[in-house]
Design a protein around this ligand. Structure first.
Ligand code: ADP
Ligand code: MG
Length: 469
């Protein structure tokens, strides 16, 4: 290991850490070893081909940003991939490949550099040549439909086919984090581009829009800025809640909005909450949103979660047993991003440890993620605590046995699972040996009654709650 390489890599790490979630950093960047620095080329060692592909696929922009910071714009990256761990005699084989994409400038996230280079010149407007800043991997094909997103998806599809013409203008997609807003609106943009409708589609985050606006003021190019946006055919603006409280930016957006809307251009927006809850946005802007359609995305139900996992695995070419898929779908019910995060960690762990993805691996990955990131109570921790407290085993809790000394702890565990986790009754039943939801309801009622009448039960529940905190 070269000292210079280590120093440069440490500088890269600073940037990477700031840009991605902790869990991703641990999975994808901690195992990297900086090997050498040759002029402006940094060589890093990664544990496998899969790893290399994953980094190139998902973190190329972050890496570019890091290289810019650590080495400068000419900085290059080379990967040294460990192909085979080998035994004592045959040393691990490494293959060196230059990065394929980091040589180009990182477009979507790099707002400032982007602005400095092109202050919105649009002399010859050729809509198909202009960069839309869309990520082509987000399509309708890989967006799983379910009750949770049916309205948004079908309105989105209608808009994608006839932008600016339907009554869904503006189209506002709202919902909590990780539920697919960005995916859906990008799918609309990609569909329009791919069906060769001669329209200039532009995707921009509200944050980027704001930064561009501020820069335009600073460099006295506000007119160029507004002109640029007024020529867009389909404007997709993500996370509009970010404009809250930014009066001047809103004012400019309002003008752009009116201009586009009047000329029959399509506007698509997303927000993390319903328009009526968007505090800090001017009323005149909010009232414009009502002209079109607002559709919300909700948390996917069990069947949709299963379908999403299956689709994701299929696209990765990874096979895992249905029991594992079911386990994941029953255990993660917050949002799709989290679901994907777990699948990725699972694949990484399996790739690093060279083993298959099975229930045991899924459990351990899930436990780490949940404990590390969310500090949430999991079904596993409930079962462990209860088993420990009553001196029974987890297998007992999940077993079919109706012995009194098992039924009672099992009911307490179900009761605590309902209270301490976000799991549905059906999912709780699943985690207790596949019992149905009415059994879980019965358990919860029994224990609630007991807490009212029986000091022992009350004491047990209190103590267990304290343990689980
Ligand atoms: P949001 O913008 O609402 O925070 P994203 O669009 O970034 O959420 O979605 C998070 C992740 O979940 C993305 O990788 C996206 O592809 C995936 N995802 C969300 N909903 C679906 C769905 N219905 N089908 C397939 N993938 C989905
Ligand atoms: Mg988003």
């Amino acid at each position: 290991m070269q000292r210079e390489a280590v120093t440069v890599w440490n500088r890269c790490v600073q940037i990477i850490r700031e840009s991605i979630p902790d869990q991703s950093f641990r999975t994808w960047f901690e195992p990297i070893v900086p090997l050498r620095l040759h002029e402006k080329e940094l060589t890093i060692q990664v544990p496998s081909q899969f790893f290399y592909e994953w980094l190139e696929e998902n973190y190329v922009h972050v890496l570019r940003k890091a290289l810019d910071f650590a080495i400068g714009p000419e900085g290059q990256l080379q990967y040294s991939i460990i192909v085979d761990q080998g035994d004592e005699r045959s040393r691990p084989l490494t293959v060196n490949v230059p990065t394929t994409k980091t040589t180009q400038s990182a477009k979507p996230d790099n707002v400032n550099a982007d602005i400095l280079r092109s202050p919105f010149e649009m002399k010859d407007l050729d809509s198909l040549q202009l960069d839309s800043y869309l990520n082509p991997t987000y399509t309708f094909d890989n967006f799983v439909e379910g009750d949770c997103n049916r309205l948004g998806r079908s309105a989105g599809f209608a808009v994608a086919q006839r932008p600016g013409v339907t009554s869904f203008n503006p189209l506002m997609i709202y919902g909590g984090v990780g539920l697919g807003k960005t995916h859906l609106v990008q799918a609309i943009g990609n569909h329009i581009k791919n069906t060769n409708q001669d329209k200039f589609v532009l995707y921009v985050s509200s944050e980027k829009f704001t930064n561009q606006f501020i820069n335009a003021i600073r460099t006295d190019t506000l007119r160029d800025f507004t002109n640029f946006y007024m020529q867009v055919g389909v404007l997709i603006i993500d996370d509009i809640q970010f404009l809250a409280g930014k009066e001047k930016t809103q004012e400019t957006f309002f003008h752009v909005f009116n201009h586009l809307h009047q000329s029959g251009k399509q506007i698509i927006m997303t927000s993390d909450r319903a328009p009526r809850d968007l505090q800090g946005l001017q009323d005149r802007l909010l009232s414009r949103f009502k002209w079109g359609l607002s559709a919300d995305l909700q948390t996917p139900d069990l069947e949709t979660r299963i379908a999403i996992i299956q689709k994701k695995l299929l696209s990765e070419g990874v096979y895992i047993d249905y029991s594992v898929i079911e386990y994941l779908a029953h255990s993660i019910n917050t949002n799709v991003r989290e679901l994907e995060g777990v699948i990725v960690s699972l694949m990484a762990q399996a790739s690093l440890a060279r083993r298959d993805i099975d229930l045991e691996l899924a459990r351990s990955v899930l436990r780490n993620i949940v404990i590390d990131v969310d500090k949430e109570v999991t079904i596993d921790s409930v079962q462990e605590a209860v088993a420990d407290y009553f001196k029974v085993t987890i297998i007992d809790l999940k077993s079919k046995s109706r012995k009194k000394e098992l039924v009672y702890p099992r009911q307490i565990a179900m009761f605590l699972a309902k209270e301490k986790t976000e799991l549905s009754l059906k999912s709780i039943g699943y985690h207790f040996g596949g019992r149905d939801h009415s059994t879980v309801i019965h358990a919860i009622q029994t224990i609630s009654d007991l807490i009212g009448n029986d000091a022992h039960a009350r004491d047990a529940v209190e103590k267990l709650k304290a343990i689980l905190k």
